[in-house]
Design a binder for this molecule. Structure first.
Ligand code: UD1
Length: 441
């Protein structure tokens, strides 16, 4: 299994191009199931999760072709011309929870779907009960059999009024995709308003769907009998954006983030400003600048958009570990999303968990240590912590990072980070590289 070795303690300066958003790309790819014409997605990130879902779609009969090798220039065509299989098996779905996003489109198009209950990051139980309630409201008959969800709508889905009992991002996306081909009008209340939901709604509109209220918590969808193909560019990744902004913050550096928008991280940028960072918008994105002295402690509560994203919680905790004062980070979206805490503690962090709040007493310097990546965002928080430590850190199990961060090592090393992937069996020692850097001044 690959590892990442980092020797930090250097301010990062340079330019990073932000990739297309993983969490926008995945539902957009599933939207290809709604039409027999090709859907071309530009700015598609080259990530393990994208290729995993690509395999699920290929299995279902979607012709998938990828083009382009560089960040921002990668695109793919998804052509669900048919015949389409209605069944997504466990072996494919278990790798990634977002595969459940094929359920809505399949039942909308075929009137029948059999999809394995999903796997994915181990951050809490993460049920899909609300997805199923939404489909039932649209007239699908749902049964659970041997770990599979079977959804049937022999006479097609019917427009309805459905209020999400709590906010769910992929739940909103699944039901929205089901409703666009349902007969009649569907009114969805208490929808997630994450930018990735809005991105999906815009793409569906470009495919001919009739949707009102985009960007709000109430979506009104007038069903159409068919959709067409389109060319659509995936939204920039706001979590990657926030992560690299924090890399500038934790190292006291200055990073020019391009291909993104500061407005995608409203609460995170405000919080980081309070911690001592500054931001300047540019024509192509924005510049994130770390403080000249130490970061300051903060109080953070995760919330649905536009609140502080749970997907940035682990990363900001790395910053809190070296900030001056005591920080409080409360996680309200997922239980069991503090798995990075024991790993950060291995690096010397002083963190106590009280219920769903982490209390972090900032220290001057983190130590290097071998640490274990446990989920996607936890892994990158360890990378950020390692960038702040002048000692060597080895992050194990980096396959989690490959699920969500395109070219992480290249992007960071372009800004001066000493970071290297150690492939299994490789013996190269980057402390020599670090030594050369130090000798060079
Ligand atoms: C999506 C994101 C994920 C992010 C999360 C919250 C994708 C592919 N993933 O995940 O990166 O961390 O939003 O912003 O977009 N819940 C239920 N029943 C359901 C569905 C959800 O109880 O049927 C609960 C979940 O357990 C969780 C909360 O609702 O506690 C929010 O989850 P949800 O918004 O659905 O997260 P995902 O869409 O899975």
């Amino acid at each position: 299994m690959d590892k990442i070795k980092i020797i930090g303690g250097r301010p990062l300066t340079g330019q990073i191009r932000i990739s297309g958003a993983k969490n926008a790309a995945l539902p957009l790819m599933c939207a290809s199931l709604l039409t027999n014409e090709p859907l071309i997605l530009k700015n598609l990130p080259r990530l393990a999760d994208v290729f995993t879902l690509g395999s699920v779609l290929s299995h279902l009969g979607v012709k998938t072709t990828y083009q382009g090798e560089t960040v921002g220039n990668h695109q793919a065509t998804f052509h669900a011309k048919g015949p389409i299989l209605p069944e997504a098996p466990y072996d494919l779905v278990r790798k990634m929870r977002a595969s459940v996003l094929v359920l809505g489109p399949l039942v909308a198009r075929l009137g029948y779907a059999k999809v394995s209950l999903p796997g994915g990051c181990a951050i809490g139980t993460r049920p899909v009960d609300i997805h199923l309630k939404g489909l039932e409201a649209l007239g699908a008959e749902i049964t659970l059999e041997d770990g599979y969800v079977i959804a049937q709508a022999k006479n097609g889905l019917k427009g309805t009024k459905f209020s999400f009992p709590s906010i769910t991002v992929t739940g909103t996306e699944n039901i929205l995709m089901a409703a666009v081909l349902a007969q009649g009008t569907t009114r969805l209340l208490n929808c997630a308003v994450e930018p990735e939901v809005t991105d999906l709604a815009h793409c569906l509109q470009a495919m001919g769907a009739k949707i009102e209220g985009i960007g709000t918590s109430v979506l009104t969808i007038t069903g159409v009998s068919s959709l067409q193909g389109t060319i659509y560019s995936v939204l920039p990744d706001r979590i990657e954006t926030g992560t690299y902004a924090m890399a500038a913050g934790i190292t006291g550096g200055e990073i020019d983030l391009i291909g993104t928008d500061l407005d995608l991280i409203p609460t995170a940028s405000q919080t980081l400003e309070m911690m001592g960072m500054s931001f300047k918008k540019t024509a192509q994105g924005f510049i994130a600048k770390g403080p000249s002295g130490r970061l300051q402690a903060a109080e953070i509560v995760t919330d649905p958009y536009p609140g502080f994203a749970t997907d940035l919680q682990a990363q900001i905790m790395a910053l809190a570990c070296v900030a001056e004062g005591v920080s409080f980070i409360t996680e309200t979206i997922f239980e069991n999303r503090f798995m990075h805490v024991p790993e950060l503690a291995r690096m010397g962090a002083d963190i106590t968990i009280k219920g769903n709040t982490a209390v972090i007493k900032g220290i001057q310097h983190l130590k290097g240590a071998p640490v274990m990546a446990t989920d996607l965002r936890a892994s990158v928080s360890l990378v950020l912590a390692a960038l702040a430590s002048s000692e060597e850190t080895m992050v194990n199990r980096v396959y989690h990072l490959d699920r969500g961060y395109e070219e992480l090592e290249n992007k960071l090393s372009a800004c001066g980070a000493i970071i290297e992937r150690v492939r299994e069996g490789s013996t190269h020692d980057i402390s020599e590289t670090a030594h050369t850097f130090k000798a060079a001044g």
